[in-house]
Design a binder for this molecule. Structure first.
Ligand SMILES: Cc1cc2nc3c(=O)[nH]c(=O)nc-3n(C[C@H](O)[C@H](O)[C@H](O)COP(=O)(O)OP(=O)(O)OC[C@H]3O[C@@H](n4cnc5c(N)ncnc54)[C@H](O)[C@@H]3O)c2cc1C
Length: 493
């Protein structure tokens, strides 16, 4: 279909329902897969040629991300490819335990980012996402009906059109710049060295991390014989383009951990810098931003990819509901309202962790040790911290007058018939958790593709409507069919 300003991303697309996602990193892959599974025509535009991998940056997948992957049938397969760490050692010999986190995934999974992308790409292809590799977005104009995107391809320039565009094109987002959004913030750390190496000696702890006056280092096992080494040395301020040698990595690690574990055979080495920045608006009309395009921060706490994947999980079902005519456009504003504060919190947490690791001088380092030791002894403080870093403690704001659980993450509760909630969420549907004895049949009628009704052993006869991303949309104790119908009309459409 040709319009005044360009062609839809695919000839068979209905312009009023189509989406262009820009950037096939983890955020774009998850989002595009969710949209396509919901029947939305989606084109994923990526400037890299097909087969050229994104960089292997992230190494940690947290519990809430595993839950989101579980809701897409991917978590168990990913867990098989990585190494599960239920506890790890922090600065000053403090050990952090994750084994008692209230989730099916009480660990951090150490796995290269490309493994996460491989699974998400396979799912997106299966769901019908059209990939346009070797295609770089260079221009963008929006009007009342849609967005026209200019792209450069090996065959020359083209213009594509869709109802919405989502920029998941990373820290240097062209989409962000083209809609004129600033990216305020500051530099966090420079000359961070990364390497994937083999070790001749055991590290003694699954994940070795420590910081001395001269810098810090972290050594984590991928489970395939290689370890990811990340390190930084005070006063070593070099540009990213400066080549990294194995000797340099050895020295950085020795100065923080006292040994280099006999590292050898690097398969990849790189130098990075990172900033702390966040865009002030996640939505400008028909253009939305997610992942590193919306927020960047230091790698401390392993939050970047995890936060981007949670952005995508929050946005996907909302955009699909609007495009499929089941919700009005204001639902899209809740994406910014819910995810911007989370991005801000992540910047704060990772910044605090980074500054803790960089603490210089005996007084600040002693303070860091005391603070960590205190937090480690105060169970509620530690549990809260672990819940935020792993994502399972994140909740969205509850509207005034709503049930106290609205906006909270729903744990993977068992359902009648032996299934689990996160299995029932597969397919991007709402799940109504109904107590036995509440005949909701007529209220649920006609919403088949968007809603599944499940029975659970409900505390106080509570009915809960779970959003496709696993948060409470609505809940009522001693619910009636009329109240359920009203809730379904409001939230499921
Ligand atoms: C050293 C380091 C360690 C890290 N460790 C962790 C960790 O343990 N856990 C964690 O969660 N995160 C970690 N991160 C962060 C994580 O790597 C990023 O947050 C994540 O890659 C962001 O995903 P994304 O999909 O938003 O963007 P990206 O992965 O950057 O993907 C953006 C995509 O857009 C494409 N693109 C860019 N511009 C255009 C354009 N104009 N047109 C078309 N395509 C375009 C790019 O080619 C790219 O494929 C780490 C980062 C670093 C640097």
């Amino acid at each position: 279909m040709t319009t005044a300003q360009g062609t839809t991303a695919h000839p068979s697309d209905d312009l009023s329902r189509s989406v262009i996602v820009v950037g096939a990193g983890p955020t774009g892959l998850l989002l595009a897969g969710d949209l396509a599974e919901a029947g939305v025509p989606v084109t994923l535009v990526e400037k890299r040629p097909h087969g050229i991998s994104n960089l292997s940056r992230a190494l940690v997948v947290h519990a809430r991300t595993m839950e989101q992957l579980d809701a897409r049938g991917l978590a168990d397969e990913l867990a098989e490819t990585g190494r599960r760490l239920r506890s790890f050692r922090l600065f000053g010999g403090l050990s952090l335990e994750l084994g008692s986190l209230p989730t099916r995934f009480p660990y951090i999974l150490v796995v290269p980012q490309y493994e996460v992308e491989r699974l998400l790409e396979r799912r997106a292809v299966g769901a019908g996402v059209r990939f346009a590799y070797g295609t770089e977005v260079t221009g963008l104009v929006q009007d009342a009906d849609g967005v026209t995107v200019e792209v450069a391809t090996p065959g020359g320039g083209e213009s594509l059109r869709a109802a919405y565009v989502v920029g998941t094109d990373g820290a240097h987002s062209a989409v962000r710049e083209l809609v004129g959004l600033p990216f305020p913030g500051r530099s966090a750390i420079r000359s961070l060295v990364l390497a994937d190496v083999r070790l001749a000696e055991e590290t003694g702890s699954a994940l070795a991390v420590d910081a001395g006056p001269e810098g810090f280092a972290l050594v984590a096992p991928f489970g395939d014989g290689y370890h990811r080494v990340t390190g930084w040395r005070r006063g070593d301020d070099r540009p990213d383009s400066d080549p990294v040698s194995l000797d340099e990595v050895r020295e950085v690690v020795r100065s923080a951990l006292g040994t280099d574990f006999g590292m050898h055979d690097p398969r990849w080495m790189s130098r990075f810098h990172s900033d702390e920045r966040q865009v002030p608006a996640y939505r400008v009309g028909r253009v939305l931003l997610a992942g590193d395009a919306a927020h960047v921060h230091s790698p401390a706490g392993g939050q970047g990819m995890n936060t981007g994947l949670q952005d995508a999980a929050n946005l996907g079902w909302k955009l699909a509901a609007v495009l499929n005519g089941h919700a009005g456009e204001p639902l899209l504003d809740t994406y910014h309202a819910e995810r911007h504060p989370v991005g801000r919190m992540v910047l704060l947490v990772s910044g605090t962790m980074l500054r803790g690791a960089l603490a210089h001088g005996p007084v600040s380092r002693a303070l860091r040790t005391v603070m960590l030791a205190t937090a480690g002894r105060v169970a509620p403080a530690w549990r809260r911290g672990a819940a935020m870093v792993t994502g399972i403690g994140i909740r969205y704001r509850r509207p005034r007058g709503a049930h106290r659980t609205v906006g909270a993450r729903v744990p993977d509760v068992p359902l009648a018939g032996g299934r689990r909630l996160y299995e029932a969420l597969r397919g991007g549907r709402f799940v109504l958790l109904a107590p036995a004895g509440l005949a909701v049949g007529s209220a649920a009628d006609g919403r088949g593709g968007r809603l599944v009704v499940e029975r659970w052993s409900a505390p106080r006869g509570t009915a809960v409507l779970v959003r496709p991303d696993g948060y409470v949309a609505w809940a009522a104790e001693t619910a009636t069919v009329e109240r359920v119908r009203e809730a379904l009309d409001t939230h499921v459409g």
